[in-house]
Design a protein around this ligand. Structure first.
Ligand code: ADP
Length: 510
């Protein structure tokens, strides 16, 4: 079929010839054939293919209600009638028409027909030779949709895209690239791309195209490009589109690297600062270590000496009871000073302690501490320790954790009420990924407003008669924090005694 615009020449057949010819065409043709009279648009013939495709038999079509107009869609009918009008007015009309036919079961099928005007038994008639173009139409619609989507993507993508022909002239510039160059599409179309970009980029693309179509994607160096309102760091990616080993198009993709570069620079600056601060901190730490070592030594030595002399003097026969009492206090104070210095050194070394994390049962530590370190004080104070077994397993440092329990239990016994034997309950629960451990006593308790300060260094809230340095809880808190947990103290509900609670995160690999 051609698209030529010619008026069909009316052909006249001898009677019999036309019927023979039509009969032959109709039975063998893979096209849909139909013959209609021009005066009333009634069907004279349709072929097998016509019947198969649209579902009507010739009997259907020759019944009264059927005309050509009854089997085509309203839109198509208007077009066909308009064409008829033009033909009647003597205008030249196309002999190719497209219309939507309605099948017997109500579907719409696009047909492309060539029409031949002729005489049928002396009456003007039309022979239509049509083809079902559903598939082509569908493909075309699909293609149109694909093009539309591609266009939409190219127009809205936040990346600049320029399509170049093989002479590196711009054939398409998407809105983002237009914005970057500060020029409209029409200003740039057909212009050489190389005139718009930096020398380094020019080199990249020239080298790229010279190396032939087999190379995949290449990227230019990052360059600082002077565009308004402020310069931007950019990088171009080039990819070729080829056909039969020939480059037909080059895709140039613009990536704005400004944000990334400035973030990178900021990061580098921060890193440098961090290294500086770290170095300073390291020097300071070293100095602090030296200071702690020297002062602890310098302080401990005289304190020890005082205690030793004091003890020696205490044995002197010439002292009255008052002097003896004063000497006893002197010895005690010096010993206290030594243990305070030791505790302080201990605390300051915690940060540097080599951690040895492993999984273990908390009960084991508590049993161990009770057996090895607290036996005496428990017996002396007639203390009872009740453990709700089993306690959760944790992942932590065994040695440090035993220091925690030793401090907590010792305090619970030390701060008991006069004449009331200490009862210490130890229990635990798991909650939101943490194990919570409780150490509850029936001792003298802690005033609510002191719940926080007791964890501070050298803070003691009870009378000075109880021995201690005020550092124990600071060490405990530090150890718990080194395990990723928290510690706090609550006053018991009945107002008697307090409960220390600490959390330790549960690990999946415990
Ligand atoms: P120390 O026990 O050496 O005084 P800690 O840091 O262990 O130092 O405790 C700080 C203070 O907190 C104690 O002096 C005491 O006043 C209070 N405290 C600690 N544990 C308890 C407890 N179980 N009951 C009552 N008070 C406590």
């Amino acid at each position: 079929m051609t698209d030529s615009k010619t008026s069909s020449l009316p052909i006249e057949f001898e009677e019999g010839e036309a019927e023979f010819l039509l009969g032959h065409l109709m039975s063998n043709s893979e096209d849909l054939l139909y013959l209609i009279l021009l005066e009333n648009k009634e069907f004279v013939f349709v072929n097998r293919k016509f019947e198969e495709t649209l579902g009507y038999t010739i009997e259907d079509l020759q019944s009264e209600k059927f005309q050509f107009g009854s089997i085509i869609s309203t839109d198509s009918l208007e077009e066909v009638e308009a064409r008829d009008e033009r033909r009647k007015r003597g205008e030249i009309v196309e002999n190719q028409i497209r219309f939507w036919a309605i099948t017997k079961d109500g579907r719409n099928i696009p047909l492309h027909a060539s029409v031949i005007e002729l005489y049928w038994r002396g009456k003007p008639a039309i022979l239509g030779i049509a083809r079902d173009i559903s598939l082509e139409t569908e493909h075309l619609d699909h293609l149109k949709e694909t093009i539309r989507i591609n266009q939409m993507i190219l127009d809205n993508i936040p990346t600049g895209i320029v399509l170049l022909d093989r002479f590196l002239r711009m054939r398409y510039v998407n809105p983002k690239a237009q914005e970057f160059f500060g020029k409209t599409n029409s200003e740039m179309l057909g212009k050489p791309f190389l005139e718009y970009v930096e020398p380094q980029i020019r080199e990249t693309i020239i080298e790229f195209t010279r190396s032939g179509p087999s190379r995949g994607i290449i990227k230019s160096p990052i360059t600082l490009t002077q565009v308004s309102p402020r310069p931007r760091y950019t990088q171009w990616y080039f990819a070729t589109i080829h056909q039969n080993e020939e480059i037909v198009m080059i895709q140039a993709i613009l990536v704005d690297m400004t944000e990334i570069i400035s973030r990178q620079k900021e990061l580098e600056r921060k890193n440098r600062k961090l290294v500086e601060v770290n170095n300073k901190l390291e020097t300071l730490n070293k100095k602090l270590d030296e200071f702690v070592a020297i002062t602890s030594h310098d302080l401990k030595a005289p304190a020890r000496r005082i205690a030793t002399f004091g003890t020696l003097l205490q044995n002197s026969p010439n002292l009255d009871p008052n002097e003896q009492e004063q000497l006893r206090m002197l010895v005690e104070t010096s010993r206290h000073l030594v243990s305070m210095i030791d505790a302080f050194v201990n605390f300051s070394r915690l940060d540097k302690a080599e951690l040895n994390f492993q999984s273990f049962e908390m009960e084991k530590i508590i049993d161990f501490v009770i057996r090895m370190s607290l036996k005496e004080i428990i017996a002396k104070n007639d203390a009872e320790i009740v453990i709700s077994r089993p306690l959760p397993k944790i992942y932590g440092d065994y040695k440090l954790m035993s220091q925690v329990w030793q401090n907590l239990i010792q305090n619970a016994i030390k701060f008991s009420r006069d004449g009331i034997p200490p009862v210490i309950e130890i229990f635990a629960e798991t909650k939101k990924g943490y194990a919570l451990f409780y150490c509850k006593d029936n001792g003298i308790g802690i005033p609510r407003d002191k719940n926080k300060v007791i964890f501070e260094m050298f803070t003691r809230v009870h009378n000075e008669e109880k021995p201690g340095t005020g550092i124990g809880l600071s060490i405990v808190q530090k150890i718990i924090e080194m395990h990723g947990g928290k510690i706090w103290v609550e006053t018991n509900e009945d107002g008697v005694g307090s409960t220390f609670v600490f959390s330790i995160p549960l690990h999946s690999y415990q």
